[in-house]
Design a protein around this ligand. Structure first.
Ligand code: A3P
Length: 339
């Protein structure tokens, strides 16, 4: 895939004020659930919870985004390894164009290398474009053209306990980044967040519904949807990098394999490396008018970190909910002890 970087995007600011007003009016009629952060309430829409600031982009893309059959959508709920999947996919797809030393990932925040549809980005773009796009939107909320076009989807998910802990940290950091004078109670406690999460009230949640939607679709269309788990990828990164390359339509050649190309990409996309790239360490990212330090997207990158924050009972409780909700689906999350 040849691209010129940075590629052409139509940013959320391109959403006309007329459309914006229409979506804002609709969003204003939705119920609001406060609790995660004083920055924004969550609103229920089409069976899932959204921040209004992202919902506008979601509605806009649902109405206007024209998927192309050659697009590849990287889908995920928040805090499941999206940046890692983006980095791996980007590096694999552009490896003949950029070696690691000149990769845009060296100078551009990982999330900006493959922007999110949810922000309205790419929403109206026409003609040839870089095929990798990303979204946190649940499967059933994807723009209709995504399903109609038959474009490919890669989905990444993660053990809910680590997902919850990662989300809790992230929301608190984002709140700190945006509210100058924090008052007591502005930052959600672990217990409050856990209760909401277990009720299904979390960004793009219920988490299990998000996972189930893509899992089910991947069973129906295995050739179109590659379903990945963060923990599996951590354990067998090389074999998953190969699968990803095949799925993206640019498999590694024997020569590349023998020459260590796969390991080179894996190392480059590793948490240790990407979290130390200057722009990811010190930059600030703007999403729909909110500022978040880029380093908030690179916290620990470990499997099983939940044990440092949740009690065993909380862990079991969440496992049970997940088991019940996914019962009969054939999908389980079993996490080996912390490495
Ligand atoms: P932790 O908070 O558990 O550390 P997302 O990219 O979907 O926002 O997910 C964020 C989670 O992925 C964070 O988890 C983050 O540290 C981790 N992460 C970021 N970059 C990673 C990488 N290159 N490899 C593995 N994990 C990574």
């Amino acid at each position: 895939m040849e691209i010129s970087f940075p590629f052409q995007t139509n940013l959320a600011s391109d959403i006309s004020s007329e459309s914006r007003e229409k979506y804002q009016k609709l969003i204003a009629t939705l119920p609001k659930e406060n609790g995660w952060t004083p920055m924004q309430p969550l609103c229920p829409y089409q069976g899932f919870w959204f921040f209004p600031m992202f919902l506008e982009g979601v509605m806009y893309t649902q109405d206007h985004f024209q998927a192309q059959s050659t697009d590849i959508l990287l889908c995920s709920s928040m805090k499941t390894g999206t940046a890692w999947l983006k980095a791996l996919s980007f590096s694999i797809a552009t490896r003949t164009q950029f070696n690691n030393s000149i990769s845009p990932l060296q100078t551009t925040f990982t999330h900006e290398c493959i922007p999110f549809l949810d922000y309205g980005e790419y929403a109206a773009s026409q003609g040839p474009r870089f095929p990798l796009l990303a979204t946190h939107v649940p499967y059933t909320c994807l723009p209709k053209s995504v399903i109609d076009s038959g474009c490919k989807i890669v989905y990444i998910c993660r053990d809910p306990k680590d997902n919850f802990v990662s989300l809790w940290h992230f929301v608190r950091t984002a709140t700190r980044n945006n509210i100058k004078e924090l008052k007591e109670g502005d930052l959600i406690s672990m217990e409050e967040a856990f209760e909401l999460y277990c009720k299904g009230i979390s960004l793009y949640g219920p988490y299990w519904e998000h996972v189930w939607g893509y899992w089910n679709a991947s069973l129906e269309h295995p050739e179109k949807i590659l379903f990945l788990k963060y923990e599996d990828m951590m354990k067998e990164t090389e074999s998953y990098a190969k699968r990803l390359a095949e799925f993206l339509g640019c498999p590694f050649s024997l020569e590349e394999e023998r020459g260590g190309k796969i390991q080179e990409i894996i190392q480059f996309c590793s948490f240790e490396n990407l979290s130390n790239v200057e722009v990811n360490k010190t930059g600030i990212h703007q999403a729909q008018g909110r500022l978040v330090e880029n380093k908030a997207y690179f916290r620990k990158g470990k499997v099983g970190d939940w044990r440092n924050y949740l009690t065993a009972e909380m862990g079991e409780h969440l496992d049970k909910i997940m088991e019940q909700k996914l019962s009969g689906s054939g999908l389980t999350f079993s996490v080996s002890p912390q490495e």
